[in-house]
Design a protein around this ligand. Structure first.
Ligand SMILES: C[S@@+](CC[C@H](N)C(=O)[O-])C[C@H]1O[C@@H](n2cnc3c(N)ncnc32)[C@H](O)[C@@H]1O
Length: 716
């Protein structure tokens, strides 16, 4: 069984295509929790979801990695303050522009503030930026455990075996948890050569064996393209346990202490029931799929949702929403993965250094690191560090960015080319902007925009620190583009989102999101994506691409937004992202059919790829040319054509929208009434009418005409 105790997680696993050093790694401990009490869970033996063997935290270590992630990806609060939105999803939203300049409503993002990084005590540092305690007033509260299912109804312990849950010999809770005082503990293997960097081979050499290292085969996630389901995937041993004849209920060993109870049911009981319900709902084993007599599968599913909500500390709404994304057993792996931090990763800034040189410099400081994987030439995974990774001289000198592995992906997909003009629509604090800048080798021009003025400060700071000379920082609501500026070669829209992919960094997402939040975010994202598409020049010689990304896994914010864009902009199409791994986006979801090309989009999951949950889509923007069929149709009267905004419109609508003759009469009548009312002049059937008949009202064509009727003299 793969449920890990909350505070006994395995250390971060290597990313796709990377090697794992031969020594034990220390997990980051600084993250916030929104869920069940530590003591309860600490009596359950931790087992890594990544392997069949039991993984416990190393007994000794040098020092944990102290970092603050430079990116805050959960932006609902700000997003909801941006512009005026209505949740009407089927109509194209009117882009109501509200300049946010100077307003700075959202909370400040100062996570990249170096002075703060230095000030922060190591144990307080956190991956996320939120100050939220995860319990917003007025929001849905944690569900209580339901009791329509009795533990007695579950399969009984037939062989008395209890091997998953007994406390391992010599592993008391403190050892497993590794309390805050053990910073001085040394990894017994600390001096061992375990890094490819020390060999000082060239960069290619560093990457040679990453994907094939047998030591990490069980931990690698999608190391090779197209191998999502092979050894790359983190596998839980859920299925094995649940289908095992000898499945037993765990013995409760509380050491004589009083346990914490959740409405009369201990978390351990909930956990036990949850595992059992997974088996029932997954329906993979005949015996287990019987479930509780008289209860339907949906009864079991409902109870499972409640148990997951209670055990992992979510609101029930979000559990239901997230569970729809996966088969039941995979859903558990997802929730499980959200309980452990993702690997600490950095991106070497090639404007200032080479990855090899940076690695060597950090190794000299005692940092244990390795290349992130074959898919990146600039990423490094940091396993342990005796110094805060966010405050080394190399960091301050702009040689690297603290950046989650998943946030490399949209930039790789964007594939900027030297000398291009690029718009980064929602760019603060600049993790992706500075990466784009490096890929452009400081050529071309990047407009790095963010509507949050406060956040543009950290953006500007990063741009300077990283030596980016091709960046212009701006502060607009991105829905003002392309009116502010257009004609870009490429546009990145790393959209504000709910952050359901980064729950391990910001546990407040578990409890503070409601259905309305997702509606509003999806609405904003739809507005933004149309602006992104309209800001690209279809005539770009080298580009004409838009990348849309979110750090959320909900379909509302991902496929539904992309599908909407495809419907609204017939001159754009999806193209492959060029990313080597990730699972295909949904082509259909909950009975809703999306465009068939949605399979070109990519999803990334914590439980599958050991990265933050992420979504990436890449569009190619074509010229708005009339299709041959439209031209043919024009001779006989087109049925459908593009309007000035590139939307497909019905000819019938256009006709009814403006009938010159009818309008002339109405206008004339209006004028007569106006004269009569204001000046008492009664216009008869004489001259005035005659004059009106002598003129024809036509709608001017082209952008300058703007729909205002003009009078022209009728030909004699
Ligand atoms: C996911 S974060 C961007 C992270 C950034 N791309 C990076 O890599 O560092 C989303 C950003 O969108 C910004 N934002 C939210 N609504 C916006 C809007 N209407 N226009 C422009 N930016 C917006 C937020 O301030 C936030 O900085």
């Amino acid at each position: 069984m793969g449920y890990k105790a909350k505070n006994k997680q395995a250390p971060p696993k290597p990313l796709p295509g990377t090697t794992e050093p031969g020594k034990k790694r220390r997990r980051d401990k600084g993250k916030k929790r929104a869920s069940a009490p530590k003591d309860e869970r600490s009596s359950i033996k931790a087992q890594a979801s990544g392997g069949r063997h039991k993984q416990v935290l190393p007994g000794r270590r040098k020092k944990k990695v102290d970092v603050v992630d430079e990116e805050e990806d959960s932006d609902l609060e700000e997003a909801l303050h941006q512009g005026e939105m209505s949740p009407d999803e089927d109509e194209e939203e009117t882009v109501k522009v509200k300049s946010m300049k100077g307003k700075g409503k959202a909370k400040a993002d100062d996570t990249d503030d170096v002075s703060d990084l230095r000030k922060a005590p190591a144990k307080d540092l956190d991956f996320g930026d939120s100050d939220d305690d995860g319990h917003d007033e007025g929001k849905e509260v944690l569900p209580t455990g339901q009791h329509m299912f009795d533990l007695d109804a579950m399969p009984s312990d037939e062989d008395g075996e209890d091997d998953e849950f007994d406390l391992g010999e010599g592993e008391d809770d403190d050892d497993l948890l590794g309390d805050e005082d053990d910073d001085e503990m040394m990894d017994s293997d600390a001096e061992e050569e375990d890094s490819a960097f020390a060999s000082s081979g060239d960069e290619d050499e560093m990457e040679v064996d990453e994907a094939n290292d047998p030591r990490t085969a069980h931990l690698r996630l999608n190391p090779e393209p197209g191998s999502d389901d092979e050894d790359g995937a983190i596998t839980t041993n859920l299925e094995d346990d649940l289908t095992n004849e000898g499945f037993t209920l765990p013995a409760v060993d509380n050491g004589g202490e009083v346990e914490d109870f959740e409405h009369g049911t201990s978390l351990r009981e909930i956990e036990t029931r949850m595992r059992w319900l997974v088996g029932v709902c997954a329906g993979k084993d005949e015996k287990l799929s019987q479930g509780v007599p008289g209860k339907s599968r949906s009864d079991h599913l409902l109870q499972l949702q409640h148990d997951i909500a209670t055990y992992f500390g979510y609101n029930i709404f979000l559990v239901g929403k997230l569970m729809k994304l996966f088969p039941v057993d995979e859903a558990i792996a997802f929730f499980e993965a959200n309980e452990s931090p993702r690997p600490v990763t950095i991106r070497a800034n090639t404007l200032r250094t080479r990855r090899r040189d940076l690695a060597q410099a950090l190794i000299n400081r005692g940092v244990q690191l390795e290349p992130i994987g074959k898919w990146s030439k600039v990423g490094l995974q940091v396993f342990e560090s005796p110094v805060p990774v966010g405050a080394t001289p190399e960091y301050l000198a702009g040689q690297y960015m603290l950046q989650s592995a998943s946030s490399f992906l949209p930039v790789i997909a964007l594939a900027p080319q030297p000398n291009e003009r690029i718009l980064d629509m929602a760019s603060a604090p600049g993790g992706k902007t500075t990466y784009i800048s490096a890929l452009l080798q400081n050529t071309g021009l990047i407009f790095a925009n963010d509507s949050n003025k406060q956040r543009t400060k950290s953006l500007t700071a990063n741009v300077h620190r990283m030596g980016c000379k091709n960046v212009v920082v701006c502060n607009y609501d991105a829905r003002e583009f392309p009116r502010v500026m257009g004609g870009f070669d490429r546009v990145l829209l790393d959209a504000p989102c709910s952050g359901t992919g980064v729950i391990s960094k910001d546990a407040s997402v578990k409890v503070n999101k409601t259905e309305r939040d997702f509606q509003l975010l999806s609405h904003l994202q739809k507005q933004l994506i149309l602006c992104a598409l309209d800001s690209v020049s279809p005539n770009s010689a080298t580009g004409g691409y838009v990348v849309y990304s979110t750090c959320s896994v909900t379909v509302d914010e991902d496929e539904a937004v992309v599908d909407y864009a495809l419907r609204k902009r017939p001159n754009v199409r999806l193209v492959p992202t060029g990313l080597e791994f990730g699972v295909e986006g949904f082509k259909a979801f909950e009975g809703k059919q999306f465009h068939e090309s949605l399979n070109l989009t990519r999803r990334f999951y914590p439980h599958k790829h050991n990265m933050d949950g992420f979504f990436v889509a890449k569009f190619k923007v074509e010229k708005r040319v009339k299709k041959q069929s439209d031209e043919d149709a024009e001779e006989t009267g087109p049925l459908r054509k593009l309007n000035d905004e590139g939307e497909l419109v019905e000819e019938e609508q256009e006709r009814s929208a403006f009938d010159a003759e009818a309008d002339a009469t109405i206008i004339q009548e209006g004028k007569k009434k106006h004269l009569l009312k204001t000046k008492g002049i009664k216009v008869g059937k004489g001259k005035g009418v005659e004059k009106a008949r002598a003129e024809k009202v036509v709608k001017p064509r082209g952008p300058t005409g703007a729909g205002k009727p003009q009078r022209v003299k009728k030909a004699e």
